[in-house]
Ligand binder design. Sequence first.
Ligand code: NAD
Length: 316
Amino acid sequence: MDRGSHGEELGRIIDGAAIARRIRDKLAGEVEALAASGVVPGLAVILVGDDPASAVYVASKERACAEAGMNGLTIRLPATTTQRDLLDQVRALNDDPSIHGILVQMPLPKQIDPDTVIRAIDPTKDVDGFHPINVGKLLIGEEDGFAPCTPAGVQELLVQSGVNTLGKDIVLIGRSNIVGKPMAALLLQDHLGANATVTICHRYTRDLAAHTRRADILIAAAGRPKLVTADMVKQGVVVIDVGINRVSDASAPKGYRLVGDVDFDAVRPLASQITPVPKGVGPMTIAMLMKNTVRAAAMHAARVSALRGVAIGEMA
Ligand code: NAD
């Protein structure tokens, strides 16, 4: 147990970087086994334009693919790319048997409608889990779809940190399609790491603190630095901070540093466990992207061998 400067007990830090590392090491073994059977998992990432944050994310996905022994393909398109050209690119990847996962990095330039692009991705290659088919499967609890990587990573963090979610009050801040809504859907299911009572708060929630103070587990994904303060949590709460915010800091080499949505130093003494920013949820997002891609490749291999079985059966 860490202690603060006044001897007070501090919540245990959930080391997302270490947990993500273990997952990626295990995946590398699965990739090797798949490759030995003739299928090298392939992930294609399309980056349109030159948004600097997107370029950083894409570079780390490329590194993660290479490290896991996967086939990583990055397609960089100019900011002036038309929607039609992007859709053609997506369809070509849908038809490419060496590619098992397709990710189109958001945000897209304004001439392109993100929903149209997401709907064009083959749902069996939609490793981001944003296609309406996968969103529906997640809500129904069908497990052959893909869950979005960030909320799947949060659930994995809770499981790996020994946090029991069954019957617990989990309060989410944020209702986006990327984090809040799929997070709620995952936590509501009837299986391990779920079975919780879930409350979703958003920008129109009246008296946010009244909800967060009830939380056994608080998951913040609002994109607002220091939104969650010490007076908003109860003793023993588990805090998962999804937020990534740049705040200016003249002493930092880049002139800014990254913080979450939670006032970490003030909240940690009250928490039983808490994620830091960075090195909390962030590394898990990439680990889950890798995991979804390996699963997509394994499912593809299973479909191919089932088809071969049918063809052989027909010849016999
Ligand atoms: P978003 O802007 O789409 O959604 C933010 C949500 O927070 C909205 O539903 C809004 O209603 C709610 N909200 C905003 N201000 C609020 C307030 N004062 N009180 C209550 N609710 C409020 O953002 P997003 O894409 O869901 O991302 C949320 C945060 O998580 C961002 O900081 C983003 O950078 C981060 N993020 C991190 C990862 C990761 O890998 N760690 C992945 C995705 C997003």
